[in-house]
Design a protein around this ligand. Structure first.
Ligand code: FAQ
Length: 328
């Protein structure tokens, strides 16, 4: 099916390519990395800016639902671990903004595109973290979904993005483990703790499935992005892999995935499962999720209140540069 979509998008139709585009596609097909100074089609550059920028915004906005629990973590050890995790997410955002900057877009521009609605961040961060068990569910499910998507991206065609992914994936693995560890404690704790763990799974299951994007038939960018190796798998392939991995983990925890249709399909060698409510997904993307307004407002406030720092840093850098030129 994907071969057909790529064909119909014209991406792999060599007859329609300019000699430069054909040579570029040959490099991609040979598994070469594209570096910032290399020639690239405008569409390749724009797709990368969109995906990397959206990814960077997700890491930064993703700090908000977890940051919300730093002061309320149940022990000092949990507080330290959560603090380190949230700090890692900030670092991931910065690596990714740097990777996007190599494509000729500034961080200010990317942030403005986010704040005025031209760019998105992951739908998952528009859901609230209501209890401590939600922090476990975010690490277990959200980080696991993020890893599932990002491990293949380590092999993507754009050098700076693939290298950023290598470092990010190492840290995400630790994040997933800390989430699963919280879930083990909660699921094996008191009856009330186990109920909280189940409730967190109930609320995060379908939003986690939505992280992989719309079903393949509705994914507007997949065919082109896969031909360019900006994306390595389809949305449905990764969603299936996630479900297959998480089912035994939920069994280990003694928790029930909130999907009555979930069953192992011997013929396919995969689990059958129910789709999320895609109308909810599109509604969240349109800005109508439970926390969309709150999240954007927090980003806007941080951006406005940080203006004096950015201006101060710039003035300092300019002064140093002027002094350097004068001394030469
Ligand atoms: N949320 O044609 P496709 C993390 C949009 S990092 C919002 O399939 P594509 C770390 C899509 O942009 C999580 N929008 O799009 C962490 C497009 O709209 P546009 C983020 C979504 O790009 C953990 C439209 O729908 N990871 O969690 C979503 O080929 C814990 C059509 O969709 C990345 O960004 C969505 N879920 O595939 C932090 C990984 N799905 O732009 C803190 C890199 C789709 O035309 C705590 N990104 N859309 O207006 C990707 O791999 C891809 O961009 C996909 C979407 C797979 C997300």
């Amino acid at each position: 099916m994907y071969a057909q979509m790529i064909e119909s998008s014209g991406t792999s139709n060599r007859d329609e390519m300019t000699p430069e585009e054909a040579a570029f596609q040959d490099r991609i097909d040979a598994g070469e990395k594209i570096e910032p100074r290399d020639w690239m089609p405008d569409g390749y550059r724009e797709t990368l800016i969109r995906q990397i920028g959206q990814h960077a915004h997700s890491e930064i906005v993703g700090q908000l639902p977890e940051g919300n629990w730093i002061t309320r973590a149940p022990t000092l050890e949990r507080k330290l671990i959560l603090l380190a995790k949230v700090q890692d997410e900030a670092g991931h955002g910065l690596y990714l903004y740097c990777a996007a900057e190599t494509l000729g877009v500034s961080r200010d521009d990317l942030t403005e595109r986010l704040l005025d609605g031209r760019m998105k961040y992951s739908s998952i961060f528009n859901y609230p973290t209501l209890t401590w068990a939600d922090i476990g569910a975010v690490g277990w499910l959200v980080d696991q979904a993020a890893i599932m998507n990002q491990v293949p991206l380590q092999r993507c065609s754009y050098g700076p993005y693939s290298r950023a992914m290598i470092r990010i994936c190492k840290e995400e693995s630790f994040h997933q483990r800390q989430g699963f560890d919280i879930m083990i404690k909660m699921a094996r704790g008191t009856g009330e703790q186990k109920r909280m763990a189940q409730d967190a799974l109930n609320r995060f299951w379908y939003p986690a499935l939505m992280m992989f994007g719309p079903p393949d038939g509705d994914s507007v960018h997949s065919a082109r992005s896969m031909a360019w190796r900006i994306k390595m798998n389809t949305n449905d392939e990764l969603r299936q892999k996630f479900v297959d991995d998480v089912v035994p983990q939920a069994e280990f925890l003694g928790l029930t995935i909130p999907d009555g249709t979930l069953a192992w399909n011997e013929e396919r060698g995969h689990h059958d499962f129910a789709d999320p409510d895609w109308s909810e997904f599109h509604d969240v993307l349109r800005g109508n999720g439970p926390c969309n307004r709150e999240r954007l407002e927090a980003r806007r406030k941080a951006w406005d209140e940080g203006r004096w720092v950015r201006e101060g840093m710039l003035a300092h850098a300019r002064k140093k540069e002027t002094a350097k030129i004068a001394a030469e």
